[in-house]
Each structure stands twice: as C-alpha cells, then as structure tokens.
Ligand binder design. Structure first.
Ligand SMILES: *Cc1c(COP(=O)(O)O)cnc(C)c1O
Length: 335
C-alpha cells in the first residue's frame, strides 16, 4: 500500500464541510522566548474538539454503505470522531476504550449516540474487543492511526499549514500511533521536501519512539499520563504508520510529565487556550531546549481540547496531580 499526496488531496474534498479548515495563529510569548516565529495550528476548533475528525470522516465517508456500522478502539478522541462521522452518515458506531480513558471523553462519545464499551486497562485490550466486534457483527473497524484513509485525512493538516505559511521551517507533531505525524509528513514533504517534521511524545510509554529505535514495532507498558491521548501501543502488526514515521520523521523527541504540566500552564496563561496534555508536547519540547535551534518559522499542532476538567483545573491552579504511581508536582505559573 503506497500513499501519496493525491490521497491527501482526495481526503480534503471528502472532509470539507464536516471537518473544519482550522486557523494557524502566532504565539507571541513563545515567539519572543525563542527569537523566531512560533505558530499554533488550532485543531481544538474542530467540532469534536480534536483533529481526529479529519481521518475519521475520510474513512467513514468511503466505507459508508458497504457495512452495517463502524467500530474502533480509542483513547477518546478517535472514538468521538468516529461517532460524529457515523452519525452524519446514519451508521451505527461502537467505540471500545480502556478504563484509562477520562470520563469526560466517554460522556462526549455517548452524547453522539455511539455505544461505548469499556474493556480492560490498555489500548491493546480495547483493540481486541473492536476486532472481535468487526468479525462477529459485520462492522468495519477503523484504526485510530494505522489506516490509509485515516492517515490521508490527518495529512490535510500538512496541506493547510503550507498553504498558510509556505516558509515554515519545521512542524512539531504530537506523536502516539503516528497517524497524524505520518499524514502531515507525507503531505508537507511532498510539497516542500526541505521541511523538518519532528515527532514529540511523553517519555513514559512512548511506543513509536522505541519502535523506531528498535527498527520494528515493539510493545511498551501503558501508563497514565497528562498526555492521555498519546497512550497506547502502535500494534505489533503495524501495516503503515510505523514505516511512514520511520522513513519520514526527521527526529523524535521525548518530554516529561513535569514539562507537559508546565506547557499546559504556558498555553493557558500566555495564549489563553484550554488544551489537552497531548496538545502541548511541542511547546514543552521547545521550552526545554531539547530541539535544535531554528532560524525561521516553526509550527506545532494543538491537537485537542477534550481535557478532563478536574485535572486541567488542578494544573492551572498549580496543584499536584497524581497519575497512578507518579506524582506530578504542583507549580504556580510564573510569567
Ligand atoms: C490521537 C491524538 C494524538 C496522536 O495522534 P497519532 O495519530 O496517534 O500519533 C495527539 N493529540 C491528540 C489530542 C490525539 O487525540
């Protein structure tokens, strides 16, 4: 299976009118801090609050009509996107999630009329359930990241970024299963081969990072994180997102929970935005100096806003957050 810019162009037509073309705005605070322009691509303005709507709408629009309904596993945002897309096409949707998924996300999916199944404590267990449903109930399973239609849909972000700012030097992409990074890299590099695409993820349970280093998909332990949307493995039988990320990403960088905490505060206090931990890893990586110096404009994707409000308000108030076995220390924001 080879994906190309044409697939992304096709996806753009398929999703227009349902998924939004999102704004790209400057972050004055980060730009001043870094000495070059730093821009935010606001996927938090999607109708479902996260970019995953793009891939889900593209996949469901192609598959609608061929199946009785759709199923998926999800850390929350993909499930919400699939539920939204299925409802728009009049299809049944069953979303399988682990007990690590925040309640706010579960409620959001149910509100869209989808059936929710909570199974086990990992994405792998949720995935086994969605596979079983696909087999036994004639539903089509839509992977959150390892599907050509999903990757092409996420790639439309790369098109929009370079249309708005052809001069971009780099794009910092929050990385989990790699559907977003693969799609954005594929589209952006097809248009501008010199652009650097850097994947950023949390240091605990970084499946794609360790897989790229090992040269093959590997399993990592799944743990609670402020960046809950970045949790989960990439699948030992990964078909597409692993090889695309391995071949197209220029670098892959890790950030800690404390750094994510700090970046959530920065985005809130300086840019006045509410976003998930997963959304701010690009800001965290820049603030900690873990990336090379850039000379020109750099953008990061603010991927989603579907935070659990009680942990978000803890972060903003500077209170500590308990994540399973680790404690993220509280810290009052200092401008
Ligand atoms: C899914 C998700 C990501 C990561 O996307 P992948 O395609 O799995 O790498 C990042 N941020 C948010 C908010 C997400 O929901």
């Amino acid at each position: 299976m080879r994906l190309s810019l044409a697939d992304v162009m096709h996806a753009r037509k398929a999703i227009s009118g349902v998924a939004a073309r999102t704004p790209l705005v400057p972050s004055p605070d980060m730009s001043a801090r870094l000495g070059h322009e730093f821009l935010l691509k606001l996927e938090i303005t999607q109708p479902t609050g996260a970019f995953k709507l793009r891939g889900a709408v593209n996949a469901v629009s192609v598959l609608a009509g061929e199946f009785a309904g759709v199923t998926c596993c999800s850390t929350g945002n993909h499930g919400r996107a699939v539920a939204f897309a299925a409802r728009a096409c009049g299809l049944k949707a069953v979303v399988c999630m682990s007990s690590l998924v925040p309640q706010a996300k579960v409620a959001g999916i149910r509100a869209l009329g989808a059936e929710v199944r909570i199974v086990g404590r990992s994405q792998d267990e949720a995935h086994a359930e969605s596979r079983r449903l696909a087999r036994e109930q004639g539903l089509v399973e839509i992977s959150p990241f390892d599907d050509p239609l999903v990757i092409a849909g996420q790639g439309t972000i790369g098109l929009e970024l370079l249309e708005d700012r052809p001069d971009l030097e780099a794009i910092l992409v929050p990385l989990s299963g790699g559907g977003l990074a693969a799609g954005v890299a594929l589209a952006a590099k097809a248009i501008k081969p010199s652009i650097r695409i850097i994947g950023i993820t949390m240091d605990r349970g970084a499946a794609m990072y360790h897989s790229i280093r090992a040269g093959r998909p590997v399993e990592v332990e799944e743990v609670a994180s402020l960046a809950d949307s970045l949790g989960g493995g990439i699948g030992l039988e990964n078909r597409l997102s692993f090889s695309l990320c391995r071949d197209l990403l220029d670098d892959c960088v890790l950030v800690t929970e404390d750094e994510i905490y700090d970046a959530m505060q920065t985005l809130y206090f300086e840019d006045r935005m509410v976003a998930e931990g997963a959304s701010v890893v690009g800001i965290a990586a820049m603030k900690t100096g873990r990336l090379p110096r850039f000379g020109g404009a750099v953008a990061t994707i603010i991927t989603g806003r579907n935070v659990d409000m009680s942990s978000f308000t803890d972060v903003i108030a500077g209170r500590g957050v308990q994540l399973d076995e680790i404690q993220v220390k509280g810290r009052t924001y200092a401008a």
